[in-house]
Ligand binder design. Structure first.
Ligand code: PLP
Length: 417
């Protein structure tokens, strides 16, 4: 089947949830994807921050090949060899004590929300005053299930499914006064993406995160950090909260944890974990032997290849090159991010759409998020030469397109190039 016939079949057969770009990929190697016609694309998105080790990494292939021949699934009714081994690695790198495994990001976040409610319930049973309310942030994204969308700011993701989980209030991003005003003993947890991803690559401020930590400590509410996009090395540290020197009570992981094999995890302190007892929460697939074996291989490869330092080094170079472009192009509003989690905010959504499409035409993959932001989430193995290729293409495309968008025409009509 070619691209056209697949498009025709999918349009009849699939539930209409995705607006796919018209490209058909069949294989990948390193930081490149190859389409059905044999063209190579430089991938600066890595399956939305998932393929951290790129494509065809031998450690990942070996873990899948060998473990799939031994044991793929046994359920959580029994022990297997890898759960404890992986949990040990995750607790060592995170500073947290315990792990609950899931199959996706949103399930990890649901586990965090349920844990926060159960934890507050346990405190109430001991006579403490603490409520059931969640504080979440403007521009947040925590996933697509009912609890996750309830804590997700974007109306479009929430409105059609009302009523979602009640008892959520949104706080202005990085607005310490608003956080203090909305916090009370009604709150069971504050929800924070350390670096907002979907919302446009916005790192939370030091003061905001420190205030959230202090407020939670004052009432025994939990600080929930969603590191599904920013975690496991993406920002040059294992967890983005480590840039701040602030430990949350709970954090969630998913995207890069098993390099594309579906998996997620919720990590928490012993004190928070005490709110769950056997039977209160669970999953059929979560933490199976194949997923755990792959995640162990991924973490070990990140360590062996020194990828945290590499992400910092190449990420800083990428950031400074984007800063250089920003100085030359009026159409660039801001450069944001940490490590290899970078965003380039442009002056209009139309320009961002145009630039993303033209980068794809030049066989460089990135995506647009939060309307005006070009998002870069490349594999951790990206090299300087790849950054140079991307920067020179961006420079070119902005030169060609920006003038058409800058001249705000009186009729308000925008060129589509
Ligand atoms: C992607 C993402 C999620 C949801 O993960 P899924 O695996 O798609 O359910 C949640 N939170 C953040 C910060 C994310 O980037």
């Amino acid at each position: 089947m070619n691209l056209e016939s697949i498009q025709a079949a999918e349009s009849k057969l699939l539930v209409n949830t995705y607006q796919r770009n018209p490209y058909l990929f069949v294989t990948g190697e390193g930081v490149h994807l190859r389409d059905a016609d044999g063209n190579d694309f430089l991938d600066l998105l890595s399956g939305i921050g998932v393929n951290a080790l790129g494509y065809g990494h031998p450690a990942v292939e070996e873990a899948i090949a060998s473990q799939s021949k031994r044991l793929i699934h046994i359920s959580n009714l029994f022990y297997h060899e890898f759960t404890a081994e992986l949990a040990l690695r995750l607790t060592e790198i995170s500073g947290l004590d315990r792990v609950f495994f899931t199959n996706s990001g949103t399930e990890a976040w649901e586990a965090a929300l349920k844990l926060a409610r159960a934890h507050a319930g346990q405190l109430r049973a001991q006579g403490k005053t603490i409520g059931t309310k969640f504080l979440a942030l403007d521009h947040s994204f925590h996933g697509r299930t009912m609890g996750s969308v309830a804590t997700t700011a974007k109306e479009k993701y929430r409105e059609p499914f009302m009523p979602v989980m009640p008892d959520v209030e949104f706080v202005q991003f990085n607005d310490v006064a608003d956080l203090r005003a909305k916090f009370s003993t009604d709150v069971c947890a504050i929800c924070i993406e350390t670096v907002q991803g979907e919302g446009g690559i916005h790192p939370v401020s030091q003061e905001f995160l420190a205030t959230a930590r202090e407020l939670c400590d004052s009432t025994s509410a939990l600080l929930l950090s969603d590191e599904i996009q920013s975690g496991l090395g993406r920002t040059g540290k294992w967890f983005a909260y480590q840039h701040y020197g602030i430990l949350p009570d709970v954090t969630t992981l998913a995207k890069p944890i098993a390099n594309g094999y579906p998996m997620g995890a919720m990590l928490c302190t012993n004190a928070a974990a005490a709110a769950f007892s056997p039977g209160m929460h669970g999953t059929t697939f979560g933490g199976g032997p194949l997923a755990c074996a792959v995640a162990i291989a991924v973490i070990d490869a990140i360590k062996q290849q020194n990828l945290l330092d590499h992400v910092t080094e190449v990420g800083n170079f990428f950031h400074s090159e984007l800063d250089r472009l920003a100085a030359e192009h009026d159409s660039i509003v801001e450069v944001r991010g940490l490590g290899l989690m970078l965003g380039l905010e442009l002056s209009s959504a139309e320009l961002a759409t145009q630039v993303a499409a033209q980068m794809m035409e030049r066989r460089i993959i990135l995506n647009r998020t939060s309307e005006t932001v070009l998002r870069f989430l490349p594999p951790y193995i990206l090299e300087r030469k790849h950054v140079e290729t991307a920067i020179s293409a961006l420079d070119d495309i902005l030169k060609i397109n920006a003038p058409a968008f800058a001249s705000a025409s009186p009729a308000g009509e925008k060129s589509n190039g």
